[in-house]
Design a protein around this ligand. Structure first.
Ligand code: PPE
Length: 305
């Protein structure tokens, strides 16, 4: 998706002009993929732009770095402030927010111990990730021929730059085959997640989403959806799903910061009822929650200004 520039990007403590936010070609992470990032959305609310669950996203950024053994030279609070400043500097009512911690210029080779950690936060307007009609018509999913990483290969629980080689391979394969998105299986064959979303399937009236141990990222939208679903009175559980669970599911939806809540209409050309009633109800509440329109979830909206 093409990027629309915004005025400023935060780099190592200061806001710089968009065009000046550059790195050297020998930036370490560009070569070896050892970096961590987040994807966050700021939404227009009655009180101005609010960054949805900003604190939880920045805490996950630090957990991802911790898994890599990378020390971010700022506090969680400093990066939270950086995100707010960057969003405010765009003047946009809503946008996508991308913090990135990476090994910068100065060292080469696989030993990251001497490497300096740089941090940047960029914002830009980002529309519907899986298409404008992803909730109404649903998306066509394909089980990928690419397997999600094993925990001892590339930890899937960390949102690392390098992990997305796996996601991109699967995404492009699915798109070229005429599907909208891919579903990744863990090395043991159970469902992990999608290339950029967590997955939920309804079986016998119970909504099920795979655990971290199956290779899923601990999604913040996944957590929001679970809270909303419980508040709606639904039975929702973290548990393993097999491929066949998807083929015979009563409803399937995927969720992520970028994709929000999107319905699934088929998996490997087996049709799934879409959009299902639970999917629709959860998506409606989520859409209000992110805009600060539901008092139960107002604490999730962190004002940028
Ligand atoms: N799994 C993966 C692999 C993933 O990338 C995301 C977010 C999720 C689950 C959902 O996590 P959360 O956003 O906390 O609910 N994917 C981000 C990046 C997408 C991109 O193309 O870049 C996102 O949604 O912002």
């Amino acid at each position: 998706m093409p990027i629309t520039p915004t005025p400023k990007i935060w780099m190592n403590g200061s806001l710089v002009d968009w065009d000046q936010a550059q790195v050297h070609i020998l930036t370490h992470t560009l070569h070896y993929g050892m970096g961590v990032f987040e994807g966050i959305r700021a939404y227009e609310t009655a009180n101005g732009p609010a960054i949805f669950r900003l604190t939880e996203h920045i805490e996950r950024l630090f957990r991802s770095a911790h898994i890599l053994g990378m020390e971010i030279p700022y506090s969680v609070q400093e990066i939270i402030t950086a995100c707010k400043e960057t969003v405010a500097s765009t003047g946009l009512p809503s946008c996508y927010v991308r913090p990135l911690a990476y090994y910068g210029y100065g060292e080469m080779g696989l030993n990251t111990l001497p490497c300096k950690v740089d941090v940047a936060v960029a914002c830009w307007p980002w529309g519907a990730y899986l298409g404008e009609d992803a909730l109404q018509k649903g998306v066509r999913m394909k089980i990928s021929s690419w397997t999600r990483h094993d925990h001892n290969t590339m930890p899937p629980a960390a949102k690392t730059v390098g992990n997305y080689v796996n996601s991109s391979l699967a995404k492009v394969e699915a798109l070229k085959a005429g599907y909208d998105e891919a579903i990744m299986l863990a090395p043991n064959g159970l469902i992990a997640e999608c290339t950029g979303e967590n997955i939920f399937a309804v079986r016998n009236g119970i909504i099920i989403t795979p655990p971290l141990s199956a290779g899923a990222l601990e999604g913040i939208t996944q957590h929001s959806v679970m809270t909303i679903a419980r508040d709606l009175g639904y039975d929702i559980r973290v548990d393993n799903l097999a491929r066949s669970d998807l083929y015979v599911a009563e409803e399937i939806f995927v969720c992520g910061t970028a994709a929000e809540v999107s319905a699934v209409n088929s998996v490997d050309d087996r049709s799934v009822p879409c959009p299902g009633p639970m999917t629709t109800a959860i998506a409606q509440v989520y859409g209000r929650a992110v805009r600060g329109e539901d008092p139960r979830y107002e604490h999730w909206c962190e004002l940028a200004g």
